[in-house]
Ligand binder design. Structure first.
Ligand code: FCB
Length: 443
């Protein structure tokens, strides 16, 4: 059977000159050195028994805080153009915290790897709360401080990582920090993060930054059947995952009906939407897999390691006939082409150039041929989107290192580089050598 994944090993088609190749990580998942910064909501959440599957914490994680030189050497060896990492707001609030990012950025620049920081990747200072509108203003202040210190060397910035997941998993379902189960009452968290994004864009511009984007998670939503009830449920899920976070930014409006549910109501959010829609230079997409959605089935839903409550107005169904990763996520490379062409068709000229800011998979083992097949298939699918006329400018693999995968603890390994959590020894996997060779062939 011809598969969409192509044949790993046959040359990947050429991407345009200047296409940016990179890898991603985030602060809480790799840095460790938790005792050298103030607490984040994730420290508090992790300390509650039963929250993280293997009972682990990110107190040490990959100890990147102390081993960043070794990690930058791994980036240089890989030959990436850029490295997407996140700045920890709790660390910046702590004495000497900003010095760490200063050293990291210097080390990256010296190695010829372009730093691409994300300013918020879920590790909110424990004393703050996204249910509070004021957190957006606090975020902009923090962003100004970071930009003031790093802006002479950092030219490309990412405001937020996946506000959708942080809202949904952290505040609606309670399976991520801060562990709230507010269901639809979590919507203010989405609005305040979007507002924080807009204020951060303004703060970055005021600091002279010219190349700003966001990393939103998106995926195609497939109705479970052509029945009207399934199609309606899938449309609703599409609003929650995709449109709720794309449209305020790209169109300056919430999908119909949602503005009314935001704090202040439709009229109240009008002026916020002006801030939220502050133009970005590019739009970042994290893509992992499509989701198949149908009408509610009146029972709890098990999905990608989650248990969702029965009262949701949709149910998530299995995508059959596909290989799955160790996380149970289906491998669907052509979903990436579909997503990108779909976004282009939906938003047309309003969609700025796109970067894939995350894409990857969890598999065990150093001889990770399954990861190679996953990445190979997705890079080809990306190329097909380019050939179909979508303006994609870069691709970042999640992740450089195995790391603390949130509520899954250390059980999921997404890295091109294996980390032994006992000795902290890094060992490049087969996929590291494969990606290095892909990049060499593109030069
Ligand atoms: C994304 C997150 C990232 C990592 C990957 C697997 O949703 O942004 O931190 O957990 O999933």
């Amino acid at each position: 059977m011809a598969t969409d994944a192509g044949t790993p090993g046959t040359a990947i088609p050429r991407f345009p000159d200047g296409f940016l190749w990179g890898v991603s990580t985030s602060a809480h998942q790799i840095e460790g050195a938790a005792d050298e910064r103030e607490a984040s909501v994730w420290d508090a959440f992790t300390a509650e028994p039963g929250r993280v599957k293997d009972g682990s914490t990110a107190a040490v994680a990959c100890d990147h805080y102390h081993r960043y030189r070794e990690d930058v050497a791994l980036l240089a060896g890989l030959g990436v153009d850029a490295y997407r990492f996140s700045v920890s707001w709790p660390r910046v609030n702590s004495p000497g915290g900003l010095d760490f990012y200063d050293r990291l950025v210097d080390e990256l620049c010296a190695a010829g790897v372009r730093p691409v920081p994300t300013l918020f990747h879920w590790d909110l200072p424990a004393r703050l709360d996204w249910l509070e509108r004021d957190t957006a203003a606090r975020f902009a202040e923090y962003v100004s401080v970071v930009a003031g210190r790093l802006g002479d060397r950092v030219t490309r910035w990412i405001t937020l990582n996946e506000p959708a997941e942080h809202t949904l998993l952290g505040h609606a379902l309670g399976v991520h920090a801060p562990g709230r189960q507010l269901l639809f009452d979590a919507l203010p968290v989405a609005h305040h993060q979007l507002l924080a994004h807009g204020l951060a864009v303004r703060a970055l511009r005021a600091a002279g930054a010219g190349d700003i984007g966001i990393a939103n998670s998106h995926g195609p939503i497939w109705p479970a059947s052509p029945e009207q009830a399934d199609v309606e449920a899938a449309d609703f899920y599409d609003v929650l995952l995709n449109r709720l976070f794309a449209e305020p930014l790209l169109l300056g409006e919430y999908p119909s009906g949602l503005g009314e549910l935001m704090p202040g109501g439709a009229a109240g959010v009008e002026s916020d939407l002006e801030i939220i829609a502050e133009p970005v230079d590019w739009y970042g997409i994290n893509y992992y897999a499509p989701t198949r959605v149908g009408a509610p089935q009146g029972t709890e839903i098990r999905f990608g390691g989650l248990t969702l409550p029965a009262e949701l107005p949709f149910s998530v169904r299995e995508i059959e006939g596909r290989p799955v990763t160790d996380f149970g996520w289906p491998v669907v490379p052509e979903g990436l082409t579909e997503l990108l062409t779909g976004f282009r068709d939906r938003y047309g000229e309003r969609l700025p150039p796109v970067f894939i800011t995350e894409n990857g998979c969890s598999y065990e083992g150093l001889e990770d041929q399954d990861r190679i097949a996953y990445l190979d298939g997705h890079i080809r699918a990306l190329h097909r989107a380019l050939a179909a006329g979508v303006d994609v400018r870069g691709y970042f693999v999640w992740s450089l290192l195995d790391n603390f995968e949130w509520a899954e603890g250390y059980a999921r390994r997404f890295g091109l580089v294996h980390v032994d959590y006992r000795t902290l020894v890094r060992t490049p996997k087969a996929s590291y050598a494969w990606f290095r060779d892909v990049l060499r062939a593109q030069r």
